[in-house]
Design a protein around this ligand. Sequence first.
Ligand SMILES: [Zn+2]
Length: 215
Amino acid sequence: MSFRILEQTLLFDANRIFVDGDRPLLVDAGTGFKVEDAIAELKDLLDGRDLERIVLTHRHFDHVGGAKRIADEFSSELLMAPADAEVLRQGDSEATLGTDFGGRIEPMEVTDLAEGELLSTGGHELRVIYSPGHSAGSICLYEDSSATLVSGDTVFVGGIGRYDMPSASRDDLEGSLRKLSALEVNALYPGHGPEAKSGGGKHIINGLRMLEGYL
Ligand SMILES: [Zn+2]
């Protein structure tokens, strides 16, 4: 069983993270600019299993641009927090930053994820943690047993998410980082850049210090 960051096709693409199990799931879909490559890679990894669910950490195009195409291919359900789901349902290319990336968002069906909801892959148990700040509907996924955090654009290895875009909030981001800092975090799988295999919690603490101006 594993968490695995799939190969990036474009530098600014978000990480797509494959969470293995009998019922594997994908976290984030990338821009979709090279979506056929992504689909081929997923078919290899799935090896005959279904991809029932794709979890989207937040509304931004570099994470959701490929979501509809991948979901259509695998008959997957798209899941995200309601505060960001609405702009995907509307196909809002402005609010998702699609226009900034030179792409478009088509309206799509999205199922709301609740705070604390558990997602099981048969190999991993992931709990939904709302972490607004980078966007209103940003989420993280946390596995208690392995102390693994999938953090979207809330916190990176060596940084934190921007909070100067539509629906972002510095105060909310600070609150979210405080909330995450209460967790034991060993492995950290962020929305961009490399993962930390251990000691992930220090990136949350450092992120808080950055926000408070100490770093
Ligand atoms: Zn983002």
